[in-house]
Ligand binder design. Structure first.
Ligand SMILES: NC(=O)c1ccc[n+]([C@@H]2O[C@H](COP(=O)([O-])OP(=O)(O)OC[C@H]3O[C@@H](n4cnc5c(N)ncnc54)[C@H](O)[C@@H]3O)[C@@H](O)[C@H]2O)c1
Length: 387
């Protein structure tokens, strides 16, 4: 098969930059993918972060100024994974340089920043822009989405989607930029984890029409690397009780969105739980092999377990019965991003669009307003972007 060669540059070679480089190194696991990506360039202001990429032979360019990477005509796609306060300028510069972009969430530090990136995207219709969100590419999540879309659940009763960590329960853990408002954003944990819990609801058309938020700042101060106590001024946990419109019917149903840095017992748990008048479906990455499906039988509700294997949106050489994990979800997200860019995704589940990224920020803004006023708030309607 004649695969289209695509040169990739990474800006931000930290936790996620390294994860993406590793996923691209496993590309041959994908079956009949139309694209052959090659990681050729990396940018990071930290020399130690850049040095990690020495082991990847295809990386021939290492720079400290991202504008040098954007000026390289040989780079087709950039992946940007930096602090949230840096997103707006870098994403806009990348788009204006004509680079296709897979940008990390939350796609700007707030709604204004996301809207500015969206405006730049609208001015560059040939540039392909998507936002990172990989958890829905677990096979169990895809199977749950298929169940919901097949209409076998009947009239929806309620839905919830959550993402939970717990390492912040350790009060001796030093602070980092993700726990500081000036770098992470006022939305705090919602900026960190919110796009992950909104990807599926927004794709299914469940745009909240009202949001009531309970936001918790559980750890007000933390030590920095030098041992000094400094402000830890972000919300650790956010519970959003929303009303979403009922599909093909009037009225709404409750949609609960939870993002938590302190959910004791959870390490990195993404979950989706939906019930309807005729059935239900439930999946959690805590048990990545297990999809739970509810059906009514002879008047009883029966929750059944279905074992999940390895296959998600894009087929791989991995045996169908084998286990799946975070790295596989990242590979799937990239397979889908580059397939859609090449016009080869069809109607399969794709990455977060610009419109969805802006909508997520409108929901976080409504949550902040709800928290301040202790009342339910209607999220502003993002203008139709068609991007
Ligand atoms: N999709 C996911 O599952 C997931 C997980 C974690 C983080 N993220 C997102 O990824 C992004 C980065 O998070 P991270 O955990 O990788 O952070 P990180 O702190 O580990 O890495 C950020 C890197 O950016 C570099 N950097 C800082 N300023 C720079 C500049 N001006 N130019 C170039 N490089 C610069 C830093 O030196 C660092 O190496 C954030 O948007 C975060 O929300 C996504």
């Amino acid at each position: 098969m004649n695969r289209q060669r695509v040169n990739i540059g990474i800006i931000g070679g930290g936790l996620m930059g390294r994860e993406i480089a590793t996923a691209l190194g496993r590309w041959h696991a994908l079956v009949d993918h139309p694209v052959s990506p090659r990681l050729t360039a990396v940018c990071d202001t930290n020399p130690a972060a850049l040095a990690w990429f020495d082991q990847i032979e295809s990386v021939t360019t290492k720079v400290a100024d991202y504008r040098d990477l954007l000026a390289d005509d040989k780079i087709d796609v950039v992946y940007i994974a930096v602090r949230h306060d840096l997103h707006e300028q870098m994403y806009i510069d990348a788009i204006r340089a004509g680079k296709d972009l897979l940008g990390e969430k939350p796609f700007g530090i707030d709604l204004d920043a996301a809207s500015a990136i969206a405006a730049a995207t609208a001015e560059a219709p040939d540039v392909f822009v998507r936002c990172s969100s990989e958890m829905p590419f677990y096979p169990g999540a895809q199977a749950a989405i298929d169940h919901i879309r097949s209409d076998t659940l009947g009239d929806l009763i309620e839905a919830s989607c959550g993402f939970s960590h717990s390492s912040d329960l350790d009060l001796s853990k030093p602070i980092n930029w993700k726990r500081q408002r000036q770098y992470c954003g006022e939305a705090g944990v919602m900026n960190d984890l919110g796009m992950h819990v909104l990807h599926v609801p927004l794709r299914l058309g469940w745009h909240p029409t009202s949001v009531f938020a309970i936001l918790q700042d559980l750890v007000p101060r933390r030590h920095d690397a030098s041992g000094r106590l400094v402000d830890c001024d972000t919300f650790e946990n956010a519970t959003l009780v929303c009303q979403a419109p009922r599909p093909n019917a009037t009225g709404g149903f409750p949609l609960t969105l939870t993002t938590k840095r302190i959910d004791p017992g959870q390490k990195n748990t993404w979950s989706l739980h939906v019930t309807g008048m005729q059935g239900g479906v439930s999946f959690s990455t805590r048990e990545p092999r297990t999809l739970r499906v509810m059906e009514s039988r002879r008047g009883e509700q029966v929750w059944q377990e279905v074992q999940m294997g390895s296959q998600s949106v894009w087929p791989t050489v991995t045996g169908g019965i084998f286990e799946t994990g975070f790295s596989d979800a990242i590979l799937q997200m990239w397979a889908v991003y580059l397939a859609e860019r090449a016009g080869a995704l069809g109607d399969r589940f794709g990455c977060v669009t610009m419109q969805e990224a802006v909508s997520s920020h409108a929901i976080f803004a409504a949550a902040l307003e709800s928290h301040r006023g202790q009342r339910a708030v209607t999220p502003s309607t993002a203008p139709a972007l068609h991007v």
